[in-house]
Ligand binder design. Structure first.
Ligand code: HGY
Ligand code: MN
Ligand code: MN
Length: 409
């Protein structure tokens, strides 16, 4: 029996070919969840899974996974991530973890190696949450953290209904959710931040994921004439929204790292140059590794929003789009990743993840951990997202070696 070898060339080829689905002119991808581009990526993934001899399953929220049988039956070791993207995504976010999972299968096939445990490779629906909130939706339903029917009824930013889009693209599967707890879960992902590159370290052994809080604020004022309305008579929804956005930034500045805040969407209605805005909608993304601090940030922002609205004679409503507590990964599995990196001669450090990941939904239910590789310039959710081929292969080799230990080769 020869030892399985992770083939970096084959990985790069799959990344390139999947990146053609939803490709943007000038680079990057737009493969928003359950769009035709996502369907095209899903179709290619299922084809590859079948070519690799995997038994493909699709569940009721559209998660896809392929199983490679082991000598034993029982829970598989699972390697998973996502292939949906944000609207200005890169080639690696999510896709790397799924394609590397396929490469682990291909390496096992080439070596004609039957592992003790089965191996599953998973691609989870709507990890990004950019079209349908929250993020990590498919893996959350798969692991019972989110409710299937509520998620199927979710209305997207474009007014579509998630369950209808799932039917439309032909991925409303019939496999029940909450019925597969893996023996262990591994996710391989680009860091999407600057830490590894700035420290000149090649591998991240990820210790957990920070808490995530998404809130949509809707401010209602009174539309009026921009020229004739005295300032004292205005109920300007736009000004209240702008003050909420500035408060979100002030919270991050005053709390200091690792607190972050982002106002990613900001809409005015009627959005005309000479009309005092009637309505304003904005979203605020707050994150912190410390849940108490995250709650303090949320509370301060909510109080400030109410004050700003009151001062302007406006109404403000808040809607929670996502709320996930910080998650710790399995320490023993993190150590395996560290050791596998050292055994291959790579520099490695433990670190939390700033981004949310499907892995965080598995962490409460089975030993779970992640492998990171550096992101050039710390860029992600940006069409210029890039990771060096040597780093992509290095992380893949670590994934393979840790998976082999867990599979009981
Ligand atoms: O929002 C996130 O952190 C992830 O990209 N869904
Ligand atoms: Mn991702
Ligand atoms: Mn992402």
């Amino acid at each position: 029996m020869n030892k399985p070898v992770f083939n970096g060339e084959r990985l790069l080829d799959r990344l390139k070919r999947l990146g053609e689905k939803g490709a943007l002119h000038g680079g990057g991808v737009c493969r928003l969840a359950l769009t035709d581009a996502d369907k095209a990526g899903r179709d290619l993934l299922v084809r590859w899974m079948k070519e690799l001899g995997l038994e493909v399953s699709i569940d009721k929220i559209g998660n896809i996974w392929g199983i490679r049988e082991g000598i034993e039956d029982g829970p598989p070791v699972m390697i998973g991530s996502h292939i949906d993207s944000v609207a200005t995504g890169g080639l690696y976010d999510g896709v790397l973890g799924v394609m590397a999972g396929l490469e682990v299968v291909a390496a096992l096939n080439d070596a004609d190696l039957r592992t003790q445990k089965p191996l599953a490779v998973g691609a989870f629906t709507n990890e990004e949450g950019a079209r349908f909130a929250p993020d990590m939706l498919g893996s959350g339903v798969h692991q019972g953290a989110l409710d299937l029917d509520e998620c199927l009824a979710t209305v997207g930013i474009d007014g579509t209904v998630l369950g209808e889009e799932l039917e439309r693209i032909g991925y409303a599967g019939n496999v029940s959710v909450k019925n597969l707890t893996p023996a262990a879960f591994l996710e391989y992902h680009v860091e999407q931040g600057p830490v590894l590159e700035q420290e000149g370290i090649q591998i991240g052994a990820v210790t957990g994921v920070q808490g995530i809080s998404w809130t949509e604020y809707t401010v209602t004022g009174q539309s009026n004439h921009a020229g004739t309305t005295p300032m004292a008579m205005r109920h300007d929804a736009g000004v209240v929204a702008a003050r909420i956005a500035c408060e979100a930034r002030a919270i991050a500045d005053e709390f200091g790292p690792p607190q972050v805040s982002t106002v990613g969407t900001f809409e005015l209605n009627p959005n005309l140059v000479n009309v005092v805005p009637l309505e304003a909608k904005l979203t605020v993304d707050l994150r912190n590794t410390d849940n108490d601090k995250l709650i303090a940030a949320e509370t301060r922002l909510a109080e400030a929003a109410a004050r700003f609205a009151r001062d302007e004679g406006c109404k403000v409503e808040a809607r929670t789009l996502a709320r996930f507590d910080p998650v710790e990964f399995d320490d023993a599995l993190v150590s395996r990743i560290e050791q596998a990196a050292r055994d291959l001669g790579h520099s490695v450090r433990r670190m939390p993840s700033g981004a949310g990941h499907d892995a965080q939904m598995f962490a409460p239910n089975c030993p779970t951990a992640m492998v990171f590789v550096p992101s050039a310039g710390g860029l992600s959710h940006n069409i210029a997202e890039h990771t060096e081929p040597d780093d992509l292969t290095a992380g893949g080799r670590i994934l393979l070696n840790v998976a082999l230990e867990l599979l009981g080769e």
